[in-house]
Ligand binder design. Structure first.
Ligand code: ATP
Length: 198
């Protein structure tokens, strides 16, 4: 059976950058957060179920998912948010399983922001956490996105604390330095994973 390695990190930690390095090393990486956003537009069954839950307005005239509208409803209603996630998560799970089966690599990586929050690590062979100091993460996100210090801080405070994630992770990649250092830590981690396999 294939070995699924969970790859996670909070906002601005550098997990997408690590995912790119891992792909450069020749391993397939599934971006769960990307596919969760994509599938609501391409999976017809999923579309129907979302419309049943949240109404016709969840899609615009072109049939495109109306994310701001959906966000505005579920933001006010935690029950509906849970229901929506109960629809979207199994669809992503199924899509992921099909993807895994189509890969011909013994290790496959699953990049997701909520690996530990959703206990997805329990169905992974190993887990990798990318972490960095709060102020460094905030600075990086401010450089990347049009968000304020306070907004990023608020997002971080809603995520699982780093110290809890570090306890849960099998491998921790620290990203407090430059990209070359990050790449070399990533390579070391992959080597250790490959060694476990011998
Ligand atoms: P998010 O969950 O917010 O999407 P992420 O964990 O995927 O974040 P990245 O997108 O990989 O994080 O990194 C955040 C930003 O910081 C990116 O613009 C990235 O290029 C930059 N970055 C990451 N690591 C470093 C580093 N070591 N040195 C300089 N810039 C970095």
């Amino acid at each position: 059976a294939k070995k699924i390695i969970g790859l996670t990190g909070g906002i601005g930690s550098g997990k997408s950058t690590v995912a790119e390095f891992i792909e450069e090393m020749g391993y397939p990486v599934y971006n769960s957060d990307f596919w969760a956003k994509e599938l609501v537009n391409i999976d017809e069954n999923l579309k129907h179920r979302i419309i049943s839950l949240l109404g016709e307005n969840s899609y615009d005239e072109d049939g495109e998912y109306n994310r701001p509208y959906v966000a505005s409803i579920v933001f006010e209603n935690e029950e509906l948010l849970l229901e929506l996630n109960k629809i979207i998560h199994p669809a992503v799970k199924e899509h992921f399983e099909n993807w895994v089966n189509a890969q011909n690599s013994e290790f496959v990586f699953k990049e997701t922001a909520l690996l530990f929050e959703l206990k997805l690590n329990e169905s992974c062979y190993q887990s990798i956490l990318v972490t960095a100091e709060d102020n460094i993460r905030i600075k990086r996100v401010m450089d990347r996105d049009q968000k304020t210090y306070r907004e990023i801080e608020a997002i971080m405070q809603k995520q699982m604390p780093e110290k809890d994630k570090i306890k849960k992770a099998d491998f921790v990649i620290e990203n407090n330095s430059d990209l070359e250092t990050l790449k070399s830590f990533t390579k070391q981690t992959i080597k250790e994973l490959e060694k476990m396999d011998l």
